[in-house]
Design a protein around this ligand. Structure first.
Ligand SMILES: [Zn+2]
Length: 686
């Protein structure tokens, strides 16, 4: 905080307004960053700059609690764990939609609609049907006040605190409207994979699909757990109270969606207004094609009559509206024979059974293996070796054995039992309390060591290209690498005798290992594979403590002070660095020259001609992308901004610069081209 904002006795005097203004500025900036990051998927600033704004806001609010507002970005995770959810009666029932399973049924729907509206033109809006959890969000005077599940349609559960943690959900709107907004909360495919991987590694039961994961996360009694799950949201409808005037102003469903979009709600852009059923069917076919490429799961498409007046005249049956239909995609399933169940040991010692079946084509790829996760699941689904099984792709991503064709059993099938001993090292497997997984607890287990090295080298950790499973296996068997520190002692003559290793690939691998020494601390931390410390926690810890030594010496209290670091993580870090072997490993890595410091970009700013200046980029640069260019501006000490105003100091114009350049010229702002920008970079030593 700026000292000038406080009066002599530390009491805010007339300048106290500055604090309020700064708080508002920060809130507005963070809301804009959130919108660009989560809704538009086009970040304006990097994580460090975002965190800096959040920290400054939290500090100012801590100093001035009277200025904390419920719609402040710091208040997303608030409220304490509860014992149960209270009930919410929906002001207007949340009806479910009638289903159509074929083109013919969509045509039937169109015929019924037109028969009920004789002589009228009918337009439709087609939208994606997101496979998540339907929610209702109530805003009063522009503030988010209550969120609920659909429940039975009449009555749902109050999950306001959990919904607040969804970053795309606006806590405050730019207009003081009172409205109930409806949408679908969901878990992106990528997050689903990460959550399940973490649960697998922690020995917890995995979620069957992203929808279950989203539902489970929203029904958490502790909003902090929900916040960590990375849920997202698309909204698709608005219900207005009487007398708001909005219902009269907006005449079509498409207009409602645009209005919601303008208010900052996440509204899915993949939709189309269709003038007739042929156009509808063409778009449905496109949706089916898009399905596997989307970052979230859809299970169909929704077709709605566009005109709100026509919707009202069509009305609803007891169960569903007559003006909409949900077109469902056929599930991608296949049958195949289960040949075997293999058992493998992961890096944390968790033993996982994997189904091996006759290769079968599924959603465009050939699959022959699927994780069965744990013994309980095998027992629940009564899966036996030799069975004909039904395989499906959960979330179109990972194959899963969903059920067994017990009617096709011949009697020759064999039940499967998990081994009592580790398949890699032979030590006895144990089942830890409250876990569904079996574990090998032997720290010298070769499978765990190899998996640990593979993890260390993986892209999100130390990113050592070329160090995959096969090479690690060979290096381990040859006795060359037993710990990740050994990687840094490898010589060319060690690598040359390995299978399929040419001179060139040996040199490339050595170079990749050498390069990894320069990584920022968070990569090393993640690479060490400390339990519960994932990629995000590693980044937070590295940014907070700055060096490995400070992290190692951090007390439990100091660890818990770090935002987003919970007790389980803090204990795990203390336990990990409490081991002599871990400290020795860190020492060896340090001796080999592995970097142990955080190299976050916002800290490594340099002085340049752009220092302290507000810089706007426009058009396309030939040598770098926009994101990268913004990053370089920041490193040069400048403040990248998005739009040109009187406060802009410099505009960097690439190819096809557009209106920003015109405005800059009108305002007499300095304009530089790409080569001038590159010259500044060179001068600064980059
Ligand atoms: Zn073992």
């Amino acid at each position: 905080m700026r000292d000038g904002a406080l009066g002599e006795g530390g009491m805010p005097v007339s300048n106290g307004d500055d604090v309020a203004r700064r708080i508002e500025e920060l809130r507005a900036a963070i809301r804009r960053y959130d919108y660009h990051y989560y809704v538009l998927d086009d970040p304006l600033v990097d994580d460090a700059e975002y965190d800096r704004c959040m920290r400054e806001l939290a500090e100012l609010e801590a100093a001035r609690p009277d200025l904390i507002a419920p719609d402040s970005p710091t208040q997303r995770v608030s409220g304490s764990p509860s014992d149960a959810f209270s009930k919410v009666i929906h002001r207007e029932p949340m009806l479910s939609l009638a289903n159509a399973f074929s083109e013919g049924e969509v045509r039937d729907f169109d015929r019924r609609v037109r028969a009920a509206l004789p002589g009228e033109e009918v337009e439709y809006v087609c939208e994606l049907k997101i496979d998540g959890l339907a929610v209702s969000l109530r805003y009063e005077d522009g503030r988010f006040v209550q969120g609920a599940t659909r429940g039975d349609g009449e009555q749902g559960e109050d999950i306001t605190q959990n919904l607040r943690t969804i970053r795309v959900l606006p806590l405050g709107l730019p207009e003081a409207v009172t409205v109930e907004v409806r949408g679908e909360a969901y878990m992106p495919k990528k997050v689903f994979l990460r959550v399940n991987r973490e649960r697998d590694e922690a020995g917890e039961p995995v979620f069957a699909n992203p929808r279950n994961a989203a539902a489970g996360s929203l029904r958490q009694l502790d909003p902090r757990v929900t916040a960590r799950r990375g849920l997202s949201l698309w909204v698709y409808a608005a219900v207005f109270g009487p007398g708001t005037g909005k219902a009269e102003a907006l005449r079509t469903h498409e207009e409602v969606l645009r209005w919601l979009d303008a208010l900052g709600f996440p509204v899915n852009p993949l939709r189309r207004v269709c003038r007739n059923v042929e156009e509808v069917l063409a778009f449905l076919a496109q949706g089916a094609e898009m399905r596997t490429k989307l970052p979230y799961e859809i299970d169909g498409m929704v077709v709605k009559v566009n005109d709100l007046g026509q919707q009202a005249r069509l009305g609803a049956t007891a169960k569903s509206p007559r003006w909409a239909v949900a077109y469902k995609f056929a599930a991608e399933q296949a049958e195949t024979r289960l040949l075997d169940i293999e058992v493998s040991v992961g890096r944390t010692g968790v033993v996982t059974p994997t189904a091996v079946f006759e290769p079968v084509s599924l959603a465009g790829t050939t699959v022959s293996r699927a994780s069965l996760h744990n013994e309980d699941l095998i027992r629940e689904r009564d899966i036996r070796i030799g069975d004909v099984v039904v395989v499906e792709k959960a979330g179109d991503i990972i194959p899963e054995v969903v059920r067994v064709r017990t009617d096709l059993r011949t009697g020759g099938e064999r039940t499967f039992a998990m081994p009592g001993h580790c398949p890699a090292c032979g030590s006895r497997l144990v089942r830890l309390e409250e876990e569904v997984a079996l574990r090998c607890l032997n720290p010298e287990c070769p499978a765990q060591i190899q998996e640990g090295i593979i993890h260390f080298a993986s892209r999100d950790a130390m990113n050592i290209e070329g160090l995959g499973e096969a090479i690690v296996g060979q290096l381990y068997r040859e006795g060359l690498v037993h710990s990740v520190a050994d990687l840094y002692e490898l010589r060319r003559e060690d690598l040359m005798p390995l299978e399929r290793m040419g001179e060139k690939s040996a040199d490339n691998l050595l170079q990749a290992i050498e390069r990894s020494k320069q990584n920022s601390l968070e990569r090393l931390l993640f690479g060490l594979g400390i339990r519960y410390i994932g990629e995000k926690a590693s980044r937070i810890l590295a940014a907070h403590f700055k060096t490995m030594d400070r992290l190692i010496e951090a007390s439990p209290e100091q660890l818990l002070e770090v935002p987003d670091i919970g007790e389980k993580m803090a204990e795990s870090i203390r336990a990990y660095f409490g081991q002599d072997s871990a400290r020795r490993l860190v020492e060896r890595l340090r001796e080999h020259g592995v970097n142990m410091a955080y190299l976050g970009s916002w800290e490594t700013r340099v002085e340049s001609r752009l220092s302290g200046k507000t810089v706007v980029l426009t058009g396309t640069l030939s040598s770098m992308g926009r994101k990268e260019a913004r990053e370089w501006v920041r490193r040069l000490g400048g403040n990248p901004a998005e739009s040109v105003s009187r406060r802009t100091d410099v505009v960097i114009a690439g190819e096809n610069p557009g209106s920003k350049l015109e405005k800059a010229l009108q305002l007499g702002i300095e304009v530089m081209d790409e080569s001038a920008f590159l010259a500044i970079l060179r001068e600064a030593g980059f």
